[in-house]
Design a protein around this ligand. Structure first.
Ligand SMILES: Cc1ncc(COP(=O)(O)O)c(C=O)c1O
Length: 237
């Protein structure tokens, strides 16, 4: 990744996922964030960090460690955050676009560009989702409820990943899928071919997309042994 990124320079924008990478679930480490930050400072590309699952990986603050390090050390950066998943507001189109500029004149230029884009695309945004998020974050009691529920969802994902790996280990004596445990957030890419994904669908009624991505949040405890059996069967050469 660093070899590829070292080709990027002035005038380039590099898009990164802040946490819980979609589709792979394979996140970069804090050391990786530091190395990419150094490369951005050295070569002059602008990082654009897309944060759609904050709180689903290791927790609200932990998931932002890498991008916070980056924001503190680069001169320019673009950041988009989404409240679709962590506030359950998918249909309300709620999030934020943040521009960090070298100085206030450059930040104002970027604001002008964003306002032109907004005018040309939606003109007047819906306010309901943003008003809900504002109500929650302005109130300590509601904020605590939200962080507690979010943390329960995060724990649920970790426990489903753990349960699936254990079921594969216990019933099929395989550690082939242990990488699922190291992945973060809702998604994992199984490394299956499109044909294997179709077998999962046709023979076992398990639906993932042909690139191998499955949604961990769509599993339930009681289905884990069945899913483990299916993965083991389909992974047989
Ligand atoms: C990385 C990433 N960014 C953005 C989005 C979309 O966010 P929004 O619902 O705010 O458009 C998704 C998924 O829906 C995503 O996986």
């Amino acid at each position: 990744m660093l070899t590829d990124l070292s080709q990027a320079g002035q005038g380039d924008v590099v898009l990164l996922h802040g946490c819980c990478h979609n589709p792979t679930g394979a996140d970069i480490s804090l050391d990786d964030w530091k190395a990419i930050t150094e490369l951005s400072v050295k070569n002059g590309f602008v990082p654009f960090v897309d944060v759609a699952y904050q709180g689903f990986g290791d927790g609200l603050d932990q998931d932002a460690l890498g991008l916070r390090h980056m924001a503190e050390n680069v001169e320019e950066m673009l950041l988009t955050t989404s409240c679709s998943k962590n506030f359950g507001l998918y249909r309300e189109r709620t999030g934020a676009a943040i521009v960090i500029g070298k100085n206030s004149a450059e930040a104002n230029n970027a604001k002008g560009k964003l306002l032109t884009l907004a005018r040309a695309t939606y003109t007047m945004p819906p306010d309901h989702g943003a008003a809900l998020v504002k109500t929650i974050l302005a109130d300590e009691y509601l904020t605590n409820m939200w962080t507690t529920e979010l943390s329960e969802m995060q724990q649920r994902l970790v426990s489903l990943r753990d349960g699936l790996c254990k079921a594969l280990k216990n019933s099929h004596s395989t550690d082939e899928f242990d990488f699922i445990m190291s992945h973060k957030g809702m998604f994992t890419v199984l490394g299956f071919t499109a044909e294997q994904m179709q077998r999962l669908r046709n023979d076992f009624g398990i639906y993932g997309v042909d690139d191998g991505r499955i949604n961990i949040a769509g599993l339930s405890e009681s289905q884990l042994p069945y899913v483990a059996d299916a993965l083991a069967a389909v992974s047989q050469k």
